[in-house]
Design a protein around this ligand. Structure first.
Ligand code: FAD
Length: 497
């Protein structure tokens, strides 16, 4: 046994910041756990990315990395031959496992999580005793703490903390946003091997996946992640923001960064990403509202969601304050957009099937909104988001799915439900042109499922939402709806979306 235990890295700890300082030069243990891949029905491309990330690192550092293929992590560690050092992992389940392995002597030391700007302890002291618990306060604190986009006197650059109001434009009247295409990787021999293995494991019944296989679209190595980041900063950051909330059926990426995979695999450190984005503003190559909007996502939302995962604890996932118990339909679980008529829903679902990706507004205002209106079980929905998306990891789910998109926590994360009718989709997208449903109609065969679904949702949840000031206006609107009974009856019977 050496006095410098080897470093065990999980598949979301692949970047250099997980192996620097006194960990530099240590032997690295990576474990390909068959159980981790097989116990859930993941998107095919998600498994591809994770495997390619692990194997890519092993190929990059052949003298340091031992890649162990084992049925589970415990067996893999036993094979490593000596106790390991590990960083706190990214889920409650993995955290429990690591602590158990520590007690059993297979793990020599547990280091703090290394992939985020702020430590868990630091967040807890920030959060403790706070009357107001909102992302915006946390985000401003992050900006001050890490000195991001500040003037020399400590005031925010441009005199404003938040340029969100400049970032809510509807899409242009074109089929594409007109920004350069995003970076995409060249597949290599690691991809070839991963694809062959996934084919064989599927054939042999060892794994069951969902979604299409496809060309790999996201970065899985440090070099690729840096290239993807640079290309985003050069080509797309300047227009990030303005149309951040908009959707175009013919433009799946819009100006989004497509960096959630390399960020969540731990290939990029968020502070590094933020610093490079800020530099673009300082150099004058990207406008402040775009840069601030992007930094808010990475330094604000992403960190907030990570810390809430730990702060709110595993029981948070059990919240179901709106009493939603509808099981996910088969066409949703199987990613079958052909079963759907509404163009917005069909397009978002096709994106998940083909790429394991949908951008934020598709996730929140189309998929999440539909699930909220139809009362899909939040726990089942969380599992779906975590497995069907290439960037789905347990820590991302509670705040985004339970809190923000389903309001299942009754208002801890969001101040009101993100429910919207077809008018919203029509304003923010080009989907309603060429859709068999009419966003203005709430009754009849062409009634938009989002418009009618919105009223049916409010009707179903009115008693639970009445105490919320922000819901007063919509609930007043509901009370004035002359045909409410017919709308509710129609939506109750609806089988086609
Ligand atoms: P951009 O829109 O370009 O944003 C830049 C970066 O900011 C992202 O790469 C991401 O790292 C970060 N970010 C922005 N918003 C969030 C947020 N709310 N939570 C966490 N990070 C954020 N994000 C995931 O990483 N994995 C998920 O599984 C996931 N599921 C989601 C489910 C729902 C219902 C909702 C509403 C949001 C979800 N998000 C998730 C957050 C966000 O939608 C994605 O991070 C984003 O769409 C990824 O695409 P992008 O890299 O092009 O992001």
């Amino acid at each position: 046994m050496s006095d410098r235990p080897p470093l065990w890295l999980f598949a979301d700890q692949l970047g250099p910041h997980f192996r620097d300082g006194d960990l530099a030069g240590r032997r690295i243990v990576l474990i390909e756990s068959a159980h981790a891949f097989a116990h859930k029905r993941y998107h095919r491309q998600k498994l591809h990315l994770v495997l390619a990330g692990l194997r890519g690192l092993a190929a990059e550092l052949p003298d340091r990395v031992t890649l162990i293929r084992a049925p589970d992590y415990r067996t893999g560690l036993a094979e490593a031959g000596e106790p390991v050092v590990v960083h706190e992992p990214g889920s409650h389940a993995a955290d429990r496992l690591v602590r158990r392995l520590h007690r059993e002597g297979l793990v020599a030391e547990i280091r703090p999580a290394a992939g985020f700007a702020r430590s868990k302890a630091d967040f807890t002291s920030w959060a403790r005793g706070r009357g107001r618990f909102v992302m915006e306060d946390f985000y401003r604190d992050q900006r001050r703490r890490f000195e991001v986009l500040l003037e020399p006197d400590g005031e925010p650059a441009g005199g404003q903390w938040n340029f969100d109001r400049d970032n809510r434009n509807p899409p242009p009247k074109r089929s594409e946003l007109g920004v350069p295409r995003p970076w995409h990787p060249e597949e290599n021999e690691v991809d070839e091997r991963v694809r062959a293995d996934l084919d064989a494991w599927t054939r042999d019944g060892l794994i069951t996946t969902v979604g299409a296989d496809g060309p790999r679209r996201f970065a899985v190595s440090r070099a690729e992640a840096r290239r993807a980041l640079r290309k985003f900063l050069d080509d797309r950051l300047p227009s990030f923001g303005a149309h951040q909330d908009a959707m175009l059926a013919g433009d799946w990426a819009m100006s989004h960064a497509l960096l959630s995979v390399p960020l969540n695999l731990g290939l990029l450190h968020p502070l590094d990403v933020v610093e490079q984005a800020e530099r673009r503003y300082r150099e004058g190559t990207a406008p402040l509202p775009a840069v601030e909007g992007f930094i808010r996502q990475v330094l604000g939302w992403r960190e907030w969601v990570w810390h809430l995962y730990w702060y709110l604890g595993p029981d948070y996932l059990r919240h179901n304050e709106l009493g939603a118990h509808t099981p996910l339909p088969g066409w949703w679980r199987d990613l079958d957009p052909g079963a759907v008529g509404a163009r917005c829903l069909r397009t978002a679902l096709a994106g998940v099937r083909d790429r394991g990706y949908a951008h934020h507004i598709e996730r929140l205002m189309v998929l999440g909104n539909h699930a909220l209106q139809r009362g899909y079980d939040p726990g089942e929905l969380t599992e779906w988001f975590a497995t069907a998306f290439v960037d789905g990891f347990p820590w991302v789910m509670p705040a985004n799915v339970i809190g923000m998109s389903q309001y299942a926590d009754g208002g801890i994360v969001a101040t009101k439900p993100y429910a919207a009718g077809g008018a919203y989709v029509n304003r923010m997208s080009d989907h309603c042109r060429g859709c068999p449903f009419d966003p203005k109609r709430r009754l009849g065969p062409t009634a938009c499922p989002f418009t009618a679904g919105y009223w049916a949702f409010l009707d179903r949840t009115a008693d639970r939402l009445r105490g919320n000031q922000r819901m007063r206006q919509p609930l007043n609107g509901l009370a004035r709806l002359a045909d409410l009974e017919a709308v509710v009856e129609q939506e109750h019977r609806r089988t086609e979306f």
